[in-house]
Design a protein. Sequence first.
Length: 434
Amino acid sequence: MHAALGAALTAALALLASYLVPWAARYPALLGTSRVWQPDPQFATLRDRCTALYPAELTGCEKFKIVGDNLFAACVADWDVRRRWFPPMRLFDRELGGREGAIRDRVYKLDLKTKELTRLDMANFPETLDFCAHGMDVLEVAPGEFSLFLVNHRRDGSVIESFKHKAGTREIVHAATYNGTTYGLYNPNDVFAIPVSAESPERENAFFVTNDHWFKDSTFGKLIEINLRLPTGSVFYHSASTGFHKVLGGLANANGIAGFQPASLTSPAPRNTLFVAAILDGRVTAYNYKPGAVLSADGLTKLKAFNLDIIMDNLAVSADGKWLYMAGHGEPQTLPQHFAAPEEVASAGVTYRVSLTELGGHFGTRGETGESRVEKIVVDRGGVFGNGSTTAMGDDDRNKFWLSGLTFKGILECDLLAPRKDADVSADYEDEEE
Ligand SMILES: *[C@@H]1O[C@H](CO)[C@@H](O)[C@H](O)[C@H]1NC(C)=O
Ligand SMILES: *[C@@H]1O[C@H](CO)[C@@H](O)[C@H](O)[C@H]1NC(C)=O
């Protein structure tokens, strides 16, 4: 009896230890206590090659998305409002400190070639409705026609709003509100809209959305989830014909979500890979999805996990499909203090990019157990690039890099690499105008 009990206890303890020890061992790396505060050498002088675009307008753009030459961004309109109501940062003052009127954050379009900035009017979105911006995605669905999916943390519940935009206009037209509350989607964070392409003309507004917490508006509950890194985040799928379905669970703060996009509307369908960040474990997992059949038995299958030493935030796949960019938090524990006192406490920013080509081009068919090359682009303890970085994107062909975040003033645009001293630099730059 005793021996059996002892064996059972030992087995239970071993099981617990095999889970708890690796779990606990991740804390120092994720909290930055063992971090070497240096980017890779080729990016050491990156900050000197950056300009903050529109620092007065492009404020606190948590997410931006580049489609061709257009950068779309969802940005903070009023800091006083943002510091009172922003559920992702556990700020729940519904009275907004006694302010009248709705929350009205802003959506911008920036032409990366001409640098013309357009604030996109929400002409048909009632002025009495809140628009509190967070994650978003943009697709080109027909030449010059864009579909936007924006997370909106309204005070009466968080939803995903869909808007349409036509090139040449200065507005986005509200098309639909997707409310997944009854399915448990209380805390939408970011969206990946399934691309439309010649071979995959998915035209029913199909998207994936991450749900970062289980608790809705309990500050204490959310703090427990964060500090214990509880696997209570999930991913939902939505399409016109299926409605909302929870398709993934058990993620420690499901946050960034991204996938491949076709180079143009006439390009063949891109690889159907979905990347999901469980940020409190510093992990990004790649899945294969079947457009139009995500809910079928093998509609969403796991390919590979990438384990990193940062609390990443949003994810972005470069236009050439070669890199997965992730911006995030080097010392996440200081982010709330920074948000409360931005002029006094910095919030360390880290940007990595993970190679998507060096495992063989096809996820799930070969090489998927190997490690991928990771490049450390920004490792910025003092917030020199900006504070609370959340979205990064790069373009090797244009030699550009863009960075934004929770309290950034302007979106940073940088030359990714310094001109090579020994090479014919002018030849490289001529290609750029093509
Ligand atoms: C979403 O649906 C829930 C449940 O029906 C409802 O209580 C809530 O008000 C809705 N939210 C919005 C913003 O429409
Ligand atoms: C980041 O925050 C720190 C501390 O408040 C501040 O000194 C620094 O100027 C901020 N960075 C930028 C780019 O504004």
